[in-house]
Design a protein around this ligand. Structure first.
Ligand code: F6R
Length: 265
């Protein structure tokens, strides 16, 4: 795992956006896996700026979102589909045909989930997967106890997640209890993964993910098994990492030697 610690949220967002932009420039028809939620908002903002001011071109980019609340229509203001259009897609030149989000109204959920997996395969797999992390250590909506090899499926949200996400709804009761999510197995097949976290309330989850044992109780810990995973966290989210100074040292030494972009951590 390469762990990059930034001074604040803005620096985290800019670094993440640069990695995504570099991917898109290198391979204009990149397949990006995307996350909703508060964490990547600054990253999307910076990508939009790069599109407007630097001509970053999304016209051939293909995207797959991680998850969607089950029972919410795509135009529901709290759906992740709506969130992605409002905060990213409608501000860049992405082809709507290339956007994929799980169907929150799928009647035959099993068939839908299989189709989603098939669609990812058909375009050659995900090149770069962007992730946030829940306070309970979830990635996408793989709550504690989920299979670390799971594929896209219907899941029940954990109480903690329902409470956390209630801030986007009028009340906690309104938060859907179910969601369709990519599984940990789906996520792990991405060629490169970028995990972002900011704020003190993510510090325990980040410590468990980076320095704890690999366990289905903290599904993000499976990322330790990925050969190309970059974790970008601000100082607050990094505050419970025991080897914080070492991670900073690694990045400093690699940078000084001009090796920072080498995938050796
Ligand atoms: C969102 C997703 C979730 C969030 C996580 C953190 O698509 O898959 O795993 O990344 O719940 O949410 P925020 O960023 O709102 O703290």
């Amino acid at each position: 795992m390469r762990v990059i610690i930034t001074k604040d949220y803005d620096e985290m967002s800019i670094k993440a956006a640069r990695i995504i932009a570099e991917q898109v420039r290198r391979k204009p028809n990149s397949v990006l896996g995307l996350a909703a939620g508060s964490t990547p908002l600054g990253t999307y903002k910076e990508l939009i700026r790069m599109h407007r001011e630097e001509g970053l071109d999304f016209s051939s980019v293909i995207t797959f979102n991680l998850d969607e609340y089950y029972g919410l229509a795509p135009d529901h203001p709290q759906s992740y589909h709506y969130f992605m259009f409002e905060n990213f897609f409608k501000h860049v030149n992405i082809n709507p045909k290339n956007i994929h989000t799980p169907d929150g109204l799928a009647k035959d959920v099993k068939a839908f989930c299989e189709k989603y997996e098939e669609e990812i395969k058909k375009v050659g797999g995900i090149d770069l997967q962007l992730l946030g992390i829940g306070r309970d250590g979830h990635i996408a909506f793989n709550e504690p106890g989920s299979s670390l090899a799971g594929r896209t499926m219907l899941v029940a949200l954990a109480e903690e997640t329902i409470k956390d996400n209630a801030r986007f709804f009028k009340s906690e009761e309104e938060v859907p209890r179910l969601a369709i999510t990519m599984g940990c197995g789906t996520i792990m097949e991405a060629r490169r993964i970028l995990l972002l976290a900011n704020g003190e309330n993510k510090a325990d989850a980040i410590a468990a993910t980076v320095e704890g044992p690999v366990t289905s109780q903290v599904t993000a810990s499976i990322l330790q098994m990925h050969p190309d995973i970059i974790v970008i966290v601000d100082e607050a989210a990094a505050s419970k990492l025991k080897r914080k100074e070492y991670y900073k040292y690694v990045n400093r030494v690699l940078e000084e030697a001009g090796f920072l972009n080498f995938r050796c951590h």
